[in-house]
Design a protein around this ligand. Structure first.
Ligand SMILES: NC(=O)c1ccc[n+]([C@@H]2O[C@H](COP(=O)([O-])OP(=O)(O)OC[C@H]3O[C@@H](n4cnc5c(N)ncnc54)[C@H](OP(=O)(O)O)[C@@H]3O)[C@@H](O)[C@H]2O)c1
Length: 320
């Protein structure tokens, strides 16, 4: 196999991407990261050798230019919400972009593609646009497995500093007046650590065993959303009453909140949560990775957010 020197990471400016470019740098692999907003993505510029480029990755010629001289492509692009409501935004980001990526790999002779999907992705029976379009993208990638060395990753919800799961719930809990109404409280997740996800991608890059495979990535514990939100409140030092909503009120909340700017919670999010986000078989150990527990990481970044916690930490460090 040719030496891995440069990898183009679509979506490399995001939460997972930032961890991955750092991990690849440790391996001596340079990352090329296109972004729609170079100014906003500047924080990854501290990674030595990283090429950050403002580019429209939906343009096929731009994609080909980006992929030239790359030994592999990683596609991390994904959205949880679209601007409209008809699924076309999900289709563009997940399916149409994947088609263009596959074609650009073929045209430029890039031999290796790592593709980020999600647990629950299912082209035929996924209840949400998110899950169906992620599933369709998987099918498109697998259809190229004869001519391109492809690997697909399907993580449960991903946690780590700057995640949009624990951090977002901590923010919402902080803003809530005392009672926190929680939709789909019984939805089950096996949160997986972002460092383990980045490690899985890094190991797979050069491992022939992973060619043509799909890997479900989960953490060591399975919890309901209700348990995870109560845990978030405890770790963030917030005394809130979490009020689990039944299905009727969960639906109502989604219908209302998706009309607010930024769609804090949408009908599609609700539908995604109607199926469990857990692994039947967690493939992290198969990749030689021991899954990291929530408790080993999350308290470190949630607790530091409150003034009180910062004060306590200061006192502890000052031995007072
Ligand atoms: N985070 C999780 O809990 C989780 C769980 C399961 C699966 N995943 C999947 O993992 C991948 C990475 O997740 P993440 O949390 O790192 O996401 P993220 O922080 O939102 O980053 C996604 C990146 O994709 C790019 N992007 C988004 N929409 C785009 C569009 N329409 N066109 C072009 N580029 C676009 C953005 O780059 P610019 O803004 O710089 O252009 C952004 O940096 C996604 O595919 C997601 O579906 C995530």
């Amino acid at each position: 196999m040719r030496r891995m020197q440069r990898v183009c990471i679509l979506g490399g400016s995001g939460f997972v991407g930032r961890h991955l470019v750092n991990r690849l740098h440790d391996e001596g692999i340079h990352s090329r990261v296109p972004t729609r907003h170079r100014e906003r993505a500047k924080q990854i510029l501290v990674v030595p050798g990283l090429e950050l480029m403002q580019a429209d990755i939906h343009d096929p010629e731009t994609l080909q230019r980006l992929f030239r001289e790359c030994d592999a492509v990683v596609n991390l692009v994904g959205i949880l919400n679209e601007k409209g409501f008809d699924g076309s935004g999900f289709r563009r980001a997940h399916v149409e972009l994947t088609d263009k990526v596959l074609e650009a790999c073929r045209a430029t002779g890039v031999p290796r593609l790592l593709h980020m999907s999600a647990l629950g992705a299912d082209a035929d029976s996924g209840p949400s646009h998110y899950q169906r379009t992620k599933g369709e993208a998987e099918q498109r990638v697998m259809a190229y497995a004869d001519t391109l060395d492809v690997t697909i990753f399907r993580p449960s919800v991903i946690f780590g500093p700057e995640d949009s799961f624990f951090n977002q719930f901590a923010t919402l809990l902080r803003l809530s007046p005392g009672v926190f109404p929680l939709p789909t409280p019984r939805a089950r997740f096996s949160p997986v650590f972002v460092g383990d996800v980045a490690e899985a991608f890094t190991r797979a890059l050069r491992d022939r065993e992973t060619f043509g495979q799909r890997y479900d990535l989960c953490g060591p514990e399975t919890c309901t959303l209700d348990e995870l939100v109560r845990y978030t409140a405890r770790q963030a030092g917030l005394r809130r009453c979490v009020w689990p909503l039944g299905d009727r009120f969960s639906r109502l909340q989604a219908r209302v909140l998706q009309r607010l700017p930024g769609k804090p919670y949408s009908w599609d999010n609700y539908l995604s949560a109607t199926v469990d986000n857990v692994c039947e078989c967690n493939h992290l150990p198969q990749l030689g990775i021991h899954p990291t527990a929530i408790d080993a990481v999350v308290p470190g970044y949630l607790a530091n957010k409150t003034e009180r916690a910062r004060y306590n930490q200061f006192r502890q460090e000052a031995r007072r």
